[in-house]
Write a protein that binds this ligand. Structure first.
Ligand SMILES: NC(=O)C1=CN([C@@H]2O[C@H](COP(=O)(O)OP(=O)(O)OC[C@H]3O[C@@H](n4cnc5c(N)ncnc54)[C@H](O)[C@@H]3O)[C@@H](O)[C@H]2O)[C@@H](O)CC1
Ligand SMILES: Nc1ncnc2c1ncn2[C@@H]1O[C@H](COP(=O)(O)OP(=O)(O)O)[C@@H](O)[C@H]1O
Length: 281
């Protein structure tokens, strides 16, 4: 097993996307998020984080019944209602979409599993979070067979245990090994969340984030992280570097906010963190 690298901008800063004079919204990366119902806040947090992380277009595909809820609170985010499976498929298969996210508020259901499969089938980068991990409980091999392109799984301890049938250890060295084994077994990046988030690549490389502010232990913080990763993937960052950069940016935004932070605060702080990571003029 490879020794972990400590997460630091030196690992990925040169790969951060930057717009230029010929950029337009479609060239800056198109993120598509599947938005759930009745749990609608999670996908909206992810979408705001994706947009603030630089994607040119962030869209949420939502069941038609949930359209007014999403659309009434989002302006820059494009809300796309779907009425049946085929209209959802059309949104997922839009060839302008650069990266996809499923899981936040998606519900633990057959339809979430099928939508995850449809997203993976596109061979575009996919982030699988929350309920879209839980729907593969104890059967990560079902995911492995369908992963054809860069993919990032973002479990917290509860989701890791459910998906891999393995309780994450408290001892850091053991946790790192577990994340590496999980990544190798499923064939994609496993980002095991916690105070020290571990980002394991199936090729054995592993990046360890130094302890993040404990104020991140708040509902929705993981949704924001998933949105940042998806945005960087849509902007064509390689998956390991996108996951590491997103984890760094997320923790720095929390540090900047300080006490009393709620997940809603995080997307608004991403631009300040990104600005500090851009090359000086
Ligand atoms: N604003 C919103 O609408 C939010 C919606 N959310 C959605 O709510 C649904 C349920 O999400 P949950 O994360 O509560 O998942 P679950 O309720 O599926 O699982 C959480 C279970 O895992 C256990 N667990 C073990 N270690 C844990 C850890 N480190 N962090 C969290 N739980 C741990 C908990 O005890 C709990 O039993 C998902 O769809 C999620 O996306 C959440 O993301 C929070 C914010
Ligand atoms: N005690 C902690 N210290 C630092 N970071 C934490 C702590 N607890 C959770 N986090 C971070 O906060 C986020 C929580 O994500 P998650 O559990 O998925 O929340 P949610 O499902 O509510 O969005 C993750 O990025 C995780 O690494």
């Amino acid at each position: 097993m490879t020794e972990p690298q400590i997460n630091h901008p030196a690992l990925w800063q040169s790969l951060l996307p930057q717009p230029n004079a010929v950029s337009h919204k479609y060239t800056r990366g198109y993120v598509l998020i599947q938005g759930g119902y009745p749990v609608t806040g999670a996908a909206r947090l992810a979408a705001m984080a994706a947009a603030r992380s630089g994607a040119g277009i962030t869209a949420i595909a939502v069941p038609a019944i949930a359209f007014p809820i999403y659309a009434s609170q989002l302006l820059s985010i494009v809300v796309k209602p779907y009425s049946d499976d085929s209209s959802l498929q059309a949104l997922i298969n839009d060839n302008r979409v650069g990266a996809l996210l499923i899981g936040p508020g998606a519900s633990v259901s057959d339809s979430t599993r099928l939508t995850a499969f449809s997203m993976l089938k596109t061979t575009k980068p996919v982030v699988i979070d929350a309920d879209a991990l839980t729907v593969f409980a104890g059967k990560p091999e079902r995911l492995r067979k369908s992963i054809l392109a860069p993919c990032v799984l973002t479990p917290h301890d509860g989701e890791f245990k459910t998906l891999f049938n393995l309780q994450p250890a408290n001892v850091l060295e053991q946790r790192i090994k577990q994340a590496q084994l999980a990544a190798a077994s499923v064939g994609c990046i496993v980002l095991l969340k916690g105070s020290q988030t571990i980002i394991a690549d199936p090729d054995g490389r592993v990046i360890l984030n130094q302890p993040a502010p404990p104020t991140l232990a708040t509902a929705g913080a993981g949704d924001v992280l998933a949105g940042i990763i998806t945005s960087l993937l849509a902007q064509e960052m390689p998956a390991l570097e996108a996951a590491a950069a997103a984890t760094w940016i997320h923790a720095e935004a929390a540090r900047l906010c300080g006490v009393g932070m709620i997940a809603d605060d995080l997307p608004e702080l991403i631009p300040t963190i990104l600005q500090g990571l851009m090359p000086s003029e």
